[in-house]
Unconditional design. Structure first.
Length: 235
């Protein structure tokens, strides 16, 4: 693994794609804020990518707090191919999250996400689709119980990429991310006397691509943030 910019790690790179490890507390793309974003750093490190689009070939957006794998195309042919594969749900992502609610066994969330207007702060979960709602599926699986602090590490696997999908569906299943008050959490890491964590933890741990002409390597993992790796090791 090489590192080209201190704001992200490069997990993999060839002539067609990049797989980045995005840190927490940075936006993927520009919005109403004026903070630096992943696309700003791509513009500096990979200016040719902006011939593809104004986001530098970025194929996945992650929330400000979310860390982990992000796929970037380096040419238009690769961009169009993977954009189509994502649309067809051929790109699988695995996330790790921390909840203070126990998940006893694997469970699927299969429902619709709805927001009243574009860019609304929160999305709602619906069991039946309505106009402007988007269907999504996520498999939540228990990974590790940290009994002395009543914390549970959960894996979320999906081939969909809806905005706030993993967070909203976790809240709907009554396993909200610790600190994610927007989707039902009533406890913070500070309440649990856990320091140096983001407001909530969601890490894109694994990215699996379909077989393709652009990369023989199709399975990528993003190392855990140091604060999470240390926490798991010590508990």
């Amino acid at each position: 693994m090489s590192e080209k910019n201190t704001s992200y790690q490069i997990i993999f790179e060839n002539e067609s794609i990049l797989v980045l490890n995005k840190p927490t507390a940075i936006h993927s793309t520009a919005g109403k804020n004026t903070d630096l974003t992943i696309t700003d750093f791509l513009k500096k490190d990979y200016p040719e990518n902006f011939k593809i689009n104004n986001e530098g070939g970025l194929l996945q957006r992650l929330d400000f707090e979310t860390s982990g794998c992000q796929l970037v195309a380096k040419n238009s042919i690769a961009f169009n191919f993977f954009k189509d594969q994502i649309k067809k749900h051929q790109v699988v992502k695995e996330y790790l999250l921390l909840s203070n609610q126990k998940l006893a066994k694997p469970v699927w969330a299969k429902n619709y996400l709805f927001s009243r207007y574009r860019g609304s702060k929160k999305v709602s979960i619906l069991e039946k689709g309505v106009a402007r709602s988007l269907y999504a599926e996520t498999l939540y699986s228990p990974e590790k119980a940290i009994i002395n602090k009543n914390i549970f590490l959960i894996r979320a696997t999906t081939s969909f990429g809806r905005r706030h999908q993993v967070r909203a569906q976790a809240g709907h299943l009554n396993i909200p991310l610790i600190g994610d008050t927007l989707y039902g959490s009533q406890v913070s890491f500070t309440d649990l006397q856990i320091n140096n964590f983001p407001s909530f933890l969601l890490h894109g741990y694994r990215l699996c691509l379909p077989k393709n002409q652009f990369s023989k390597k199709i399975d990528f993992t993003a190392p855990l943030p140091a604060y999470l790796a240390d926490f798991i090791k010590n508990h």
